[in-house]
Design a protein around this ligand. Sequence first.
Ligand code: MN
Length: 252
Amino acid sequence: MRAADRPRWVDFHCHLDLYPDHEQLIRECDHAGIATLAVTTTPKAWARNVELAAGARHVRVALGLHPQLVAEREAEVDLLARLLSEARYVGEVGLDAGPRFYKSFDAQRRVFERILRMCAEQGGKILTVHSVRATAQVLQHLEWFLPGDRGRVVLHWFTGSAAEARRAADLGCYFSVNSEMLRSTRGRALVAQLPLDRLLTETDGPFVLEADEPVRPGSVIRVVAELSDLHGVAAPEMQTQVLANLATLVRA
Ligand code: MN
């Protein structure tokens, strides 16, 4: 691999297609060497994302059906099923038991179970998983429906307890950390306990704001600096660690 082809940073969860300048963002990620996972919220967005990222060195696309959209879009899981064999990366998927989405929780569970079973059957997928107020249920679904040797999971914006973080790590999960998670004392304390060899960085842009503007993928550089503080290692070492974690995760 040529040096120019090697990523320098990692944004493992960004909604590139929800920014007004999607194509420009892909160029930014390539220019800055940010290995970016472009997650999608509906399988209808897959084709356009794949088309735009086709020539990109550092942008990969994930096939998703966001749990917050399942109330209106449960039927789209059939489209996801048809496309799944084309996708190495899957997300955003998961469960959301927050007050706005709890009414669709049964449907979310049906969809998540079906996606996990299909991923297990096909093997080799890497999933980025949403678990708002549903960490225990998400981990239970992973235990039931996605054996560790049939797929790998990155818990995005993890907000569970320290005990749940250990359980997730025991299941083989990685954790992608964004700047918003590091704003609260509780969030920082939790992130400080996550295993160093399972840490990735993300933005979850454009949903995360910094100075009232949606974050851009380059914001992961600051997340690496904060992770280095929290874990007591030098920033260049943390940068190397995150890149090594990504390499381990994606190795077939
Ligand atoms: Mn997201």
